[in-house]
Ligand binder design. Structure first.
Ligand code: ADP
Ligand code: MG
Length: 379
């Protein structure tokens, strides 16, 4: 949906204060700001990242069955090659910087224009979802390391751009986890509290009641909060027996920017970036487990399958998008579809021992957005 409702015009004589905001030099339209998304263009991208074989896969002599070309993944398993086309395919040699620059930076540009955008990491446990999203969160000598993932890079780039381009801004961060259809705040240690989702009266915005949103003034502060929240997540996991692979983790950066447009009018732009580390997709095939597990797997299925369907409906410009069929899509409703940019980033191993999961992930990603093969694009 068009995010126009959040674009408030502010009367010059009574400028609104943005709490926790920074005063910067007043400027005309920021230089770094790019032209907005095309109305009818594809606002949904599906990309694939292939993880090279790990020690375990190498020592098991599991052969490589997936080859990454620029826009195609070639699966060689039963003597017959099968090609899957995506908006982009990253091979095992791809770097964190490359992924950030090609996938996340264009999305951050939209957020700075006042739109809500989302990147999902989807894939089997152990294929690099958390590595791609978080990677190394710790700085060395005051800088991010080459292993830093999308979240720390987006945080740094956001503040770098805001500090150099904008008159006044405020940034908020939140980190929540969705497990068994229950939402938990990872920035608030109170385990007993579960959060509730409401749609605001216009139906275009989503409110999470009880969720902590921390105002941050620097990239370092935002990163420290992310590190703390990430620790809270892993502590909960060890208690709950590998829960990490069965919960969705949603990190959100919300930015308010006050901008002076030519003519002197002040405009408040609100943009939101959701970075989502989804539950392991292997759960999608698990159903015969004992009662609690089956229930859990069923809920994960519901969220992942609904997400796939929602993306598919958005690609097709369908009238009815089934947001309400899972909590994950209800939660992200105001950031999926319309004038937003969404990326499904699927991660896979290349080793034959994961063949079933590789095929399942390729099929899921392909169903979400069916891109016809472009043989001429193969190089
Ligand atoms: P997931 O979150 O999907 O379960 P992880 O991100 O935890 O998977 O990755 C599993 C392991 O593989 C981690 O030790 C991670 O550092 C490593 N890893 C994943 N993807 C890559 C990659 N592209 N390059 C190097 N190491 C990777
Ligand atoms: Mg993980």
């Amino acid at each position: 949906m068009l995010n126009e409702s959040s674009r408030l015009s502010i009367n010059n004589s009574n400028p609104r204060r943005i709490s926790g905001s920074h005063n910067r030099r007043s400027s005309e339209r920021p230089k770094g700001i790019k032209k907005p998304l095309e109305e009818k263009g594809t606002n949904i991208q599906v990309v694939l990242r292939c993880r090279g074989r790990n020690e375990h896969e190498i020592s098991a002599n599991s052969p490589v069955i997936l080859e990454a070309r620029r826009r195609d993944a070639v699966l060689r398993n039963t003597g017959k090659d099968k090609e899957y086309s995506f908006d982009r395919v990253f091979g095992p040699e791809s770097t964190q910087e490359e992924i950030y620059n090609e996938v996340a930076q264009p999305i951050l540009d939209e957020v700075l224009l006042g739109y809500n955008c989302t990147i999902f990491a989807y894939g089997q446990t152990g294929t690099g979802k958390t590595y791609t999203m978080e990677g190394e969160l710790e700085e060395r000598h005051g800088r991010l390391t080459p292993r830093a993932g999308i979240i720390p890079r987006a945080i740094y780039k956001l503040f770098e751009t805001l500090d150099s381009e904008h008159a006044e801004y405020s940034v908020k961060v939140s980190l929540i986890e969705l497990y068994n259809e229950e939402l938990r705040d990872l920035l608030n240690n109170d385990d007993s509290r579960t959060l509730r989702i409401f749609e605001d009266q216009s139906g275009s915005g989503v409110i999470v009641q009880g969720m902590e949103e921390s105002i941050v003034s620097t990239a370092g502060e935002a990163l420290a909060i992310m590190q703390e929240g990430s620790k809270n997540r892993s502590i909960a996991f060890t208690k709950c027996n590998e829960k990490s692979s069965r919960s969705h983790c949603i990190f959100t950066l919300t930015v308010h920017i006050k901008e002076i447009i030519p003519g002197g009018e002040e405009v408040l732009k609100v943009g939101k970036l959701n970075l989502v580390d989804l539950a392991g997709s292997e759960n999608i095939n698990r159903s015969g487990a004992e009662h609690a597990r089956a229930r859990e797997a069923g809920m994960i299925n519901q969220s992942l399958l609904t997400l796939g369907r929602v993306i598919n409906h958005l690609v097709d410009h369908s009238q009815h998008v089934p947001y309400r069929e899972s909590k994950l899509t209800r939660l992200l409703k105001d950031s999926l579809g319309g004038r937003t940019k969404t990326c499904l980033l699927a991660t896979v191993s290349v080793a034959k021992m994961n063949q079933e999961e590789i095929i399942s992930t390729l099929d899921y990603a392909k169903r979400a957005k069916n891109i016809r093969n472009r043989p001429e694009a193969n190089q």
